[in-house]
Design a protein around this ligand. Structure first.
Ligand code: NAG
Ligand code: NAG
Ligand code: NAG
Length: 512
């Protein structure tokens, strides 16, 4: 692990103690890797009414949308001229927007002979560790009865992605800059927050820490804790830190801790909090209540939640959960915070079967890409068995979109929160009268065993979190020659664009 000090020290941490319910080795190892865990604590930025309005305005340019869609509305069966023209359109559009575009070609045997497939993977910032992935497939189904256009399957979903990249181009291009700005202020106060959290966990657990106390915490032996963290982060190297790290060269000793507590207790006026805290402090090692150590998302540390940690029902009654064992804390750096999270588009090839859908005749592109990424360690040569698929925070698959008959459901429990976020954006946009009038598409219900086969399957099997936006039931034109321009309902497509824009901006923390 790379460790270095610089002016903008990013001290980051995970609380391994949280993993009390899940003790096998791999998990423990991974729990120490911040980027690996980041998706579990990631939350959207939250969008104001004004931001939703602005995003809607950008999304609603249907002239641009149609211009991007038209070249896709042709038959594009693998190996045909139409297919390579469409691929060129995708590649040219994404390259024109300065994304990094890879064309990953491979051969596979099909019931109609060997074919060459090409997945197109476009990444806004390829150096970013984590990706919000949005995917569609660009091949169209062979149909011997006539020209199958596949307007919903999946010309419109792919066009929605191109439109998102184009309409949010300037917002997305300054994204890494904004991330760095946003994170900068958080990181510069971060070690303080870590210390704060650490202190309340180590010493007081469920104490109420008021905002006024914050300054007390700030000026007393927190600096000691800060120093301890720094020391740990310096790979266990003992010794003095450089002058300038807060300018505090005091030793972090027992005396200072006592002084801190004296001042702390003097500050608290609330007896009910003060006394138990003092008792607890004196008998270190005790476990007041069953409060597990809270895991705080980096960007969203909320003091009132830290001080009243949510009880994890899984941890109730298990002493292990609240044992404070400092050797379990691990501190590490993110070497390049600026490029933490980005947007990646995958345009899959060979989704459709050539003869009849089966495990071997379908999903050619997604099966190939999922296996390829699974076999590619990330970072290279790491000892934690992490690989490229772990970089995917969330895999959003768009399919069969564009008709009026649309009902979505939440298919996977582990991404229920993100489904709910999509749903809430539809509701909020509706309340703000920013949607074309039609019934809600996002149904507030879960369907967990649909058995829908689509490009997400090879990723789902490898534990990538999936959000699948596909109507249930499928549109009535599904796999019919009528799945063409006439099947499309632009007011619905416009609504979908607006919701997708909001979701993406929220996830990536973009404010237009
Ligand atoms: C912090 O958490 C408290 C309690 O959960 C909540 O009432 C408050 O709105 C939160 N503050 C912010 C800024 O999110
Ligand atoms: C603290 O945790 C470390 C690592 O998990 C373990 O080796 C050690 O025995 C623990 N100490 C106590 C006092 O539980
Ligand atoms: C945002 O819009 C909703 C719906 O019109 C409204 O109820 C809410 O008060 C607005 N929020 C703000 C902060 O203006």
């Amino acid at each position: 692990m790379l460790l270095k000090t610089n002016a903008c020290v990013a001290l980051l941490y995970t609380f391994a103690a949280l993993h009390c319910t899940n003790g096998h080795d791999n998990n423990n190892k991974r729990s120490r890797i911040l980027w690996y865990n980041a998706k579990n604590t990631h939350t959207g930025l939250g969008l104001s009414n004004g931001t939703l309005q602005e995003l809607s305005r950008l999304a609603s340019d249907l002239t641009q949308f149609r211009a991007l869609l038209t070249p896709l509305m042709v038959t594009r069966v693998v190996g045909t001229q139409g297919h390579s023209n469409v691929r060129k359109h995708l590649v040219d559009t994404m390259e024109g927007l300065n994304w990094d575009v890879e064309q990953l070609a491979f051969d596979a045997r099909t019931p109609v002979g060997h074919k060459t497939f090409t997945n197109v993977v476009a990444t806004l910032d390829p150096s970013a560790t984590r990706r919000l992935v949005i995917a569609c497939h660009y091949d169209s189904k062979i149909d011997t009865r006539g020209d199958f256009i596949g307007a919903t399957d999946s010309a419109v979903p792919c066009a929605m992605m191109l439109h998102l990249a184009a309409a949010l181009h300037s917002q997305l291009s300054t994204h890494s800059l904004k991330v760095s700005h946003t994170l900068h202020s958080q990181l510069s106060t971060h070690s303080l927050k870590v210390s704060h959290t650490l202190h309340s966990q180590l010493n007081t657990h469920s104490l109420k820490v008021s905002h006024t106390l914050h300054s007390q915490l700030n000026t007393h032996s927190l600096k000691c804790v800060k120093r301890r963290i720094l020391k740990k982060s310096l790979n266990g190297k003992e010794g003095r830190e450089k002058e300038g790290n807060g300018g505090n060269s005091r030793k972090c000793n027992k005396k200072n801790r006592k002084k801190f507590w004296k001042s702390l207790l003097a500050t608290w006026s609330d007896e009910s909090v003060r006394e138990p805290s003092a008792r607890y402090y004196r008998r270190k090692g005790n476990c007041p209540g069953n409060s597990p150590v809270p895991s705080e998302p980096l960007a969203n540390l909320n003091l009132s939640q830290v001080t009243r940690p949510q009880q994890n029902p899984k941890c109730l009654g298990r002493a292990k959960c609240c044992q404070v064992n400092q050797s379990k804390y691990k501190f590490t750096y993110i070497p390049d915070v600026q490029s933490d999270l980005t947007l990646q588009f995958i345009f899959f090839d060979g989704e459709e079967a050539f003869r009849r859908w089966s495990n071997t005749d379908s999903l050619y592109g997604s099966r190939n890409l999922a296996a390829r990424l699974h076999n590619q360690p990330y970072p290279p040569n790491n000892e934690d068995n992490t690989h490229e698929l772990h970089r995917m925070d969330l895999f959003v698959l768009l399919d069969l979109l564009g008709t009026r008959d649309v009902s979505f459901y939440s298919f996977f429990p582990n991404t229920q929160q993100w489904y709910a976020r999509m749903l809430s954006f539809e509701r909020r946009l509706g309340e703000l009268q920013l949607l074309n009038s039609r019934p809600n598409m996002f149904i507030d219900e879960a369907l967990h065993k649909t058995g829908i086969q689509d490009d997400h399957i090879p990723f789902l099997k490898r534990d990538v979190p999936i959000l699948h936006l596909i109507p249930v039931p499928f549109p009535s034109v599904w796999h019919k020659l009528t799945d063409n321009e006439r099947a499309l309902h632009y007011p619905t497509i416009d609504n979908l664009n607006r919701i997708l824009f909001a979701f993406t901006a929220d996830y990536l923390n973009i404010v237009p």
